[in-house]
Design a protein around this ligand. Structure first.
Ligand SMILES: [Zn+2]
Length: 294
């Protein structure tokens, strides 16, 4: 296994009195306050700004997650959504390469994708010319599907239990980190697995978005029990820089004006135009993508 390295700067020790024994899972500060309309379950860290779920519990992600659950949410199975997921993957790879810079030939680069699902991001990375791509996936169904259909390397394991005998130029994790019980340890391990100059690219839910800001009760009621943390653009930059990353870029993803003004409203067309123009500039969105360079 690769040795774990500490970031250039480590987050400092907890300060202040404990509030109900609660500690921020990202920076370990004990200065946390309960969210209004959070049902006593959600807290915001006063130091790093992360919002966390004190009633978190992990769920299993197996065959039904990629079939029935996904179809229930998106109207098709995960496998049937391959084309759209590949388009998104291609766009994300462009952003990764833009931050990485033009020095090394792509064939010399390696990528590790955490929570690789059926491997569609790995397929895009391979097709973009990366020399070595590998996934880590908890679901046996998804791991076997990926190996069988794409012939790609996947470790069927939880990330914290996976063993690697190499480091990587890129580590990606699309909607993965919020599911981790100890996101701080996960980020530290990712940092250690990256080569100098390497890129950590991930997506996550953000509280600097319309659902949290305009409808907190609905946000709390719909919040997945297996989501431990919710970021914001500023929190993501602050935390990742403290953990040693040199450059951090954040972009809005999932811009949904209909969550603020209903589609049927006469105000919707001008509002949607305005919101789609402004949201990317201020990164006001229910989900964000983060690209960090070691
Ligand atoms: Zn914190």
């Amino acid at each position: 296994m690769s040795r774990r390295k500490k970031g250039k700067k480590t987050l400092s020790r907890p300060d202040g009195p404990f509030q109900g024994g609660l500690v921020c899972p990202l920076c370990l500060a004990s200065g946390v306050r309960p969210l209004r309309a959070g049902g006593g379950v959600f807290f915001r860290c006063r130091r790093c700004g992360i919002v966390f779920n004190s009633a978190y519990r992990p769920l299993s992600y197996d065959e039904s997650y990629f079939l029935d659950d996904y179809r229930g949410q998106y109207g098709k199975t995960y496998a049937e959504d391959r084309e759209a997921i590949r388009r998104l993957a291609d766009a994300r790879l462009v952003r990764i390469f833009s931050l990485y810079g033009g020095g090394a030939p792509r064939g010399s680069l390696s990528l590790l994708d955490l929570g690789s699902a059926l491997g569609f991001f790995l397929e895009s990375a391979r097709d973009a010319g990366l020399g070595r791509v590998c996934g880590v996936e908890l679901s046996r169904y998804a791991s076997e599907w990926c190996r069988r259909e794409s012939g790609l390397a996947v470790v069927n394991s939880a990330f914290e239990d996976a063993v690697f005998d190499e480091t990587f130029d890129i580590v990606s994790a699309w909607y993965f980190l919020e599911h981790c019980e100890n996101p701080r340890e996960t980020i530290q391990r990712i940092y250690a697995l990256l080569n100098p100059g390497g890129i950590f690219a991930f997506s996550a839910p953000s509280v600097f978005g319309p659902q949290f800001v305009f409808d907190r009760g609905d946000w709390a009621a719909r919040h997945p029990v297996d989501h431990r943390v919710d970021f914001s653009p500023l929190t993501a930059v602050r935390v990742l820089k403290r953990m040693g990353f040199r450059t951090v870029r954040v972009r809005a993803s999932g811009v949904h004006p209909e969550r603020i003004v209903p589609r049927g409203s006469p105000l919707y067309p001008p509002f949607a135009l305005l919101y789609r123009g402004i949201a990317p500039l201020v990164r006001f969105s229910d989900t964000i993508e983060i690209y960090a360079r070691k």
